[in-house]
Design a protein around this ligand. Structure first.
Ligand SMILES: [Zn+2]
Length: 318
């Protein structure tokens, strides 16, 4: 077998003369072709690399440009369901369910198919649909929540508890403020507030810029950059927590890592990733001969795949 899959500041798939690097973590990349799975900061360094040809989805490029206010050059825009030829490989683009525009890439080679999930979510949300199940020979899967015990309650249950918390705080004269990831999570929380509570939503300017991209893609979000005050709910980036004083503020956080926090009232385990059980179910459903794990609990997930599913598995990153 000459097909190689390895880690070199990103996931590399190589056969003969053709090499692709997926989600490189640096701009200094010695490869000619880069695939970028989604618009989160820890996956988008490759957009700023000058020489290589970049490939990503329309929303991913638009969100990246809106957040960074930088233009991506030498890029091919792709849609779900599309196929593109890169050297001797054929690359297919599928929905990974993580955030708007997030993609999984299936790479067809003469020695079998490789599926790279990027960040993955296996349940429907108010904005995104669950990831596609795509059969493959080699699976490269994220393992952010790839350890036993990291299992989320149902999304409906989490949504209900968030709505209840907001109503309670507004009724007691407070200003509820959610601190969340500004791309993906913020828009899901705003959609939840728009759909289930008739309340105005105040947002940070960065979130507003991302919302405009969503709106261009027909996902309407009612929110504006007004100053938070009584009767409003605010949605702000996590990094801005503590940097401003909002009188009457009660803060909350929506992140999968809330599973580990004791204060259940203010921490909601709303995640854009698959949990441990969903990762194992996804792996089973795509039927790979070998699994490589990347990001997060790589060795733990690989161990569970070997033991529970009896499939060859190992971490790609050392
Ligand atoms: Zn992500």
């Amino acid at each position: 077998m000459n097909l190689k899959v390895y880690w070199d500041s990103g996931v590399v798939v190589q056969l003969g003369e053709t090499t692709i690097c997926l989600d490189p973590q640096t701009t200094k990349i010695p490869y000619d072709h880069i695939l970028i799975s989604h618009a989160h900061r820890d996956h988008t360094a490759g957009f700023l690399a000058l020489k290589p040809k970049k490939y990503s989805t329309y929303p991913t490029i638009d969100i990246f440009e809106a957040v960074t206010r930088r233009k991506v050059n030498n890029v091919k825009r792709l849609s779900y369901g599309e196929k593109v030829k890169i050297g001797d490989f054929k690359v297919f683009v599928y929905n990974s369910g993580h955030i708007l525009g997030s993609a999984m890439f299936k790479i067809e080679t003469s020695e079998g198919t490789v599926l790279y999930t990027g960040d993955l979510n296996c349940v429907d949300t108010l904005i995104t649909s669950a990831a596609n199940n795509v059969q493959c020979d080699i699976l490269i899967i994220e393992s952010t929540y790839g350890n036993s015990g990291l299992v989320f309650p149902s999304r409906e249950k989490i949504y209900r508890s968030m709505v209840r918390w907001v109503v309670e705080k507004i009724c007691s004269g407070k200003i509820p403020v959610f601190y969340v990831y500004p791309v993906g999570k913020a828009q899901e929380v705003i959609r939840l507030l728009n759909e289930f509570i008739e309340v105005k939503v105040a947002v940070h300017p960065t979130i507003e810029r991302v919302n405009r991209v969503y709106s261009r893609l027909n996902i309407k979000l009612q929110a504006s950059t007004v100053q938070p005050k009584k009767g409003l709910v605010a949605v702000y980036p996590t990094y801005s927590y503590g940097s401003q004083k909002i009188s009457g503020e009660v803060s909350a956080f929506a992140t999968g890592w809330a599973l580990r926090f004791k204060n259940k009232e203010r921490f909601f385990p709303l995640s854009s990733h698959a949990d441990f059980n969903q990762l194992l179910n996804f792996i089973k459903s795509v039927n790979p001969k070998i699994v490589y794990t990347v990001f997060g609990f790589t060795s733990q997930l690989a161990k569970h795949v070997r033991k529970k599913l009896n499939i060859k598995a190992k971490p790609l990153q050392i």
